[in-house]
Design a protein around this ligand. Sequence first.
Ligand code: T3D
Length: 261
Amino acid sequence: QSDTVLSALGDGVLRLTLNRPDKLNAFNEEMHLALRAGFERAHSDDRVRAVLLTGAGRGFSAGQDLGDRDPRKGGAPDLGHTIETFYNPLLRLIRGLEKPVVCAVNGVAAGAGANIAFACDITLAARSARFIQAFAKIGLVPDSGGTWSLPRLIGEARAKALALTGEPLDAETAANWGLIWRVVDDPALVDETFALAARLAAGPTKGLGLTKRAIQAAATHSLDEQLDLERDLQREAGLSADYAEGVAAFLEKRKPEFKGR
Ligand code: T3D
């Protein structure tokens, strides 16, 4: 058990809080493993119906802990190995989780920290937050899916400008461009994102998970492939207990009680 990621389950929401505030929640190996364990739990624990990812202190995450990459302490590290061992599995866990992942960007999100926020399903940011493709400042390439998500979310021109300059982007512009869902006044961020995550967690999460799968698949599908996928997933959703409950509740003019099955 590591305190580099705080983990709390309530109202069906697994809240994962990056917790190295002195380092703006930069990733060291311990925090990577703790966050991975959190998302693995989200995959396997049926009580988890949604995840809320956020950071402790004034930052969301400053990406890789550069203190662990000090060239004065040894030879060049194999970053391909660290990406394969830590960042890529994390991205696959977030994208592959068939439950909503809400991200509350409470402050600066730099490097991998920014791109992890963009990989979540619904990302809200505090008005004071900013996003930085910090890789450009130290001679690296955007990772954590950044070269995939940025052009898809905001187009090649803006993606290249952000990635090549490393200029910070304020939260309001990030929302206007469609990089994130919404900006929230700083004091309201925690309550608003938790309320959203809890609302999703109380919803028909089986169907929400299938919806996530469908929208993500569209990135590589033709229209025909996507129509076939929609048919298959709708068949699966139509067999769920939540669908039966949703229709019954509508017809009986009452609030549905979804179970995520
Ligand atoms: O290596 C691999 O495995 C490959 C994968 C790479 C993925 C990546 O994410 S590469 C990109 C790494 N991140 C960065 O380059 C960002 C570095 N940080 C910054 O540029 C700035 O800190 C920020 C723009 C994010 C915030 O600036 P500011 O002025 O608000 O805060 P600060 O004073 O710079 O930082 C506060 C403290 O956090 C400070 O420590 P101190 O002086 O108070 O003891 C600073 O050193 C520390 N900190 C911030 N970022 C990192 C960090 N310590 C280690 N690693 C960091 N990334």
